[in-house]
Design a protein around this ligand. Sequence first.
Ligand code: FAD
Length: 389
Amino acid sequence: MYDVAVVGAGPSGSSAARACAEAGLSVLCIEEHAAPGFPVQCAGLLSSRAFAGCEVSDHSVLNMVQGARVVSDLGAEVFFDARETKAYVVDRALLDEEMAADAACAGAEFWPKTAVVGREEGRLVTCGASGRRDVEARMVIAADGPRSGMARMLGLARAPVYLSGVQADLPLDLDTRYVEVHPNAAPQFFAWVIPTGAGRGRVGLCGTGGVREAFARFAARYPGGCTHLVTGTIPLGAMPRTYGRQTLFVGDAAGMAKPTSGGGVYTGVRAARHAAAVTVSCCEADDFSDPALAAYEQRWQADFGRELALGMRLFRLRQELTAEKVDALLEPLSDPDITDLIVRYGDMDRPGELVRRLMTKPKLLRGLVTVAGPSVRVILKDLAFGVNE
Ligand SMILES: Cc1cc2nc3c(=O)[nH]c(=O)nc-3n(C[C@H](O)[C@H](O)[C@H](O)COP(=O)(O)OP(=O)(O)OC[C@H]3O[C@@H](n4cnc5c(N)ncnc54)[C@H](O)[C@@H]3O)c2cc1C
């Protein structure tokens, strides 16, 4: 019997497997694909903090960025430049591979090309390269991504919103220091242009509907042969309950991607560490009851739960903005006083502090109220001072 079985070898699963193995637990990590990281379902943009959290070498880093241009496509534009590296553009296949290799070096056993297909009498039923094999483990960490079969097996409620994303790697002539964001090219979310190095980049978008058509229109602006097409799903809104029946849910399996950006590596890796710590305590105490597992939910909620709730409120607000409203909102944001604030307090992973600071700017608040209606002032107060979804 293993102390812990980790289902899925994405960044969340490999982080959890590594931390558990480093703590001395016997760990089995089960991954349905032949190698971690395939197929790639990511733009590969990680804040410096998120990249550091992966605890890897710079082997997967393709580019470093220090600022962004937000373009409404109706005329308004906001540009900010932190003049220092704020984010890394990575090759996700290489990143996932290295994270899994580090977990293996720490002592975790891996079963690649093996899928968990059921759960019978507490055992995980797997099917793969070696046929059917049942696994006994004292604890399970479910890191099986956006479609989480593990959550379905336990009958747990899932994330309320699912974004679809499409992205193409193309030849692009860009300043490699800056990413571009085009909110109006994807009316429910945004489109992106991310330089991956000199003469190359990624063009993509996410949304809840009409994604294929919107992507075709957006990609048509960037002629050139696509060498890598990515499609994927991002669950938004954490599961109401992220534990149960000796199992902890982490990362996309739990709906932990940030609703403001769709990025899920940072929160996934943070959650994995909390899951590993709670798994270690449960194994030490030989207590796998729900009250013991609940410590996991308390830990991740205290860490980034409030930011996720805030992000969900901003996501809902974004659904109400037409292209014209987005254009009108970008105008006050382009004020140098405001862009200075964005540079100083902008945080891809934790937007709360910036929202609080922006609230102190009367001109911006007036612009927001004009564009999004008087209720926005109340919403922003809630956002800044914490109201859970
Ligand atoms: C188009 C797009 C762009 C994105 N861009 C970014 C970005 O720029 N930055 C960012 O931070 N995030 C981005 N994301 C989100 C990011 O990719 C995810 O949040 C992240 O991969 C979550 O990691 P995870 O380990 O929780 O899940 P995953 O990376 O999805 O890993 C889950 C693993 O579980 C395995 N698995 C699934 N079911 C089973 C099973 N039954 N048995 C065994 N194994 C199983 C899968 O094969 C997979 O390897 C993007 C997503 C999309 C779709």
